[in-house]
Design a protein around this ligand. Structure first.
Ligand code: PMP
Length: 392
């Protein structure tokens, strides 16, 4: 039997990163490819204790269907955490999702028609492109520099009628860059003036190495922003608990779309997350993640300084999990990857992170899952390879 696939399904392709990850599972490969958080940070004891408490004290609601919007106490906790001096988040605006990836999927389904204009950074998160592309938008790639999107490059035509702009202000996947305050203010001004909806995807916001935080776009223009958060990078991704905070009219539609997708995020995992975080656990846990990531980032930057040849440039992230590399012009990182894998080193080529015209001489390095000695070895091998390729 050969089923006739929908046109949408025919256009689906597998995530390039997931395909690469399969190859890099071989233990001899030093992989800077995965976007996975470090398992050294998983609070196993805490999750075990939470699970035991829940199954002892509230087994029925934990194992029963629940409301589509999510577990009320978790929604209240999320709302309180995102309420600032000037902006109060109402728990009614929170929708708990099955990872923030589901929030991206629901936003695609509720906001994009075939041909709708969607503004994205250059480059941007590949998983968002995958989620949105099912609805066949026309992407407008906003030119971006090390401080994020360059809004003055947008024309009135780009802005008018665009369904939303997708933006990652903190330690972006894939570049690791953070949008500074002035650029955030400029973005808020442009969005409010143009009546533009902004999707603010923020799974790495808590992972600033120094612990400082810049105001969210949500706090600057609450009515214009759908904020996406996640417990994947601060607790564990396997629980699949994320959330969105949306203005009411859109929230209602997102709830309906979620009902169609999976009825609700698992009652059990939502309660585990709430039980883990309710007493301020993250206030002591997150600093340990930041410190581990800061150290590994430092090790990688020092190794790159030592081993990467002239003509290669990269950024120095202030948080998060990624470093973005520009190879000499003309070099193609997809071709480089084939040769790197033969030498047991892996990274993710930059091209799939571009919605339109790819910059093929770019790549993403993730440092958080690799111990320091392997970071040094892997970067030395990669540096030698790039040197050989740029001479050759
Ligand atoms: N947004 C960004 C920018 C990400 O990097 C990721 C995870 N790689 C996600 C969303 C999805 O995360 P999750 O579904 O685990 O919350």
């Amino acid at each position: 039997m050969n089923p006739t696939l929908s046109q949408r399904a025919q256009k689906l392709t597998s995530s390039v990163i997931r395909e690469i990850l399969k190859i890099t599972e071989r233990p001899e490969v030093i992989s800077f490819a995965g976007g996975l958080p470090s398992p050294d940070t998983f609070p196993v004891e805490r999750v075990l204790a939470a699970t035991q408490t829940i199954l002892t004290t509230a087994p029925t609601p934990a194992l029963q269907y629940g409301p589509t919007e999510g577990y009320l106490q978790l929604r209240e906790w999320i709302a309180a955490r995102h309420s600032t001096g000037s902006v109060r988040i109402d728990p009614a605006d929170v929708l708990v999702t099955t990872g923030s990836q589901q929030a991206l999927d629901l936003l695609g389904k509720t906001l994009i028609d075939s041909g709708s204009r969607v503004l994205v950074e250059t480059p941007t998160y590949l998983g968002a492109l995958q989620a949105f592309s099912l609805s066949e938008p026309t992407y407008v790639s906003v030119p971006s520099d090390e401080h994020g999107p360059q809004l003055e490059m947008l024309t009135k035509e780009d802005l008018s009628g665009a369904r939303f702009m997708y933006c990652l202000p903190n330690f972006q996947n894939p570049t690791g860059r953070r949008i500074p305050l002035a650029r955030r203010e400029q973005l808020a001004k442009v969005a409010v003036e143009a009546g533009l909806l902004v999707v603010e995807d923020d799974p790495y916001g808590a992972l600033s190495y120094s612990g400082d935080a810049l105001p969210t776009l949500k706090s600057m223009m609450p009515e214009n922003v759908v904020y996406l958060g996640s417990f994947s990078k601060v607790l564990t991704p396997g629980l699949r608990v994320g959330y969105l905070i949306a203005p009411q009219a859109l929230h209602r539609k997102l709830v309906q779309a979620k009902q169609a997708a999976d009825l609700h995020t698992p009652s059990f995992t939502q309660r585990i997350v709430y039980e883990c975080v309710k007493d301020g656990f993250l206030d002591t846990h997150i600093p340990t993640i930041r410190e581990l990531y800061r150290q590994r980032c430092q090790v990688m930057l020092e190794a790159m300084q030592e081993h990467f040849p002239k003509g290669v440039s990269w950024n120095r992230p202030e948080g998060g999990m990624f470093i973005w590399v520009n190879l000499p012009t003309g070099m193609d990182s997809v071709e480089l990857l084939q040769k790197a894998i033969a030498e047991n080193v892996a990274f993710v080529p930059g091209a799939p992170f571009f919605a339109n015209e790819p910059q093929r001489n770019t790549l993403r390095l993730s440092f958080v899952t690799v111990p320091p000695e392997r970071i040094q070895r892997g970067i030395a091998a990669l540096g030698a390879l790039i040197e050989r390729e740029s001479v050759g």
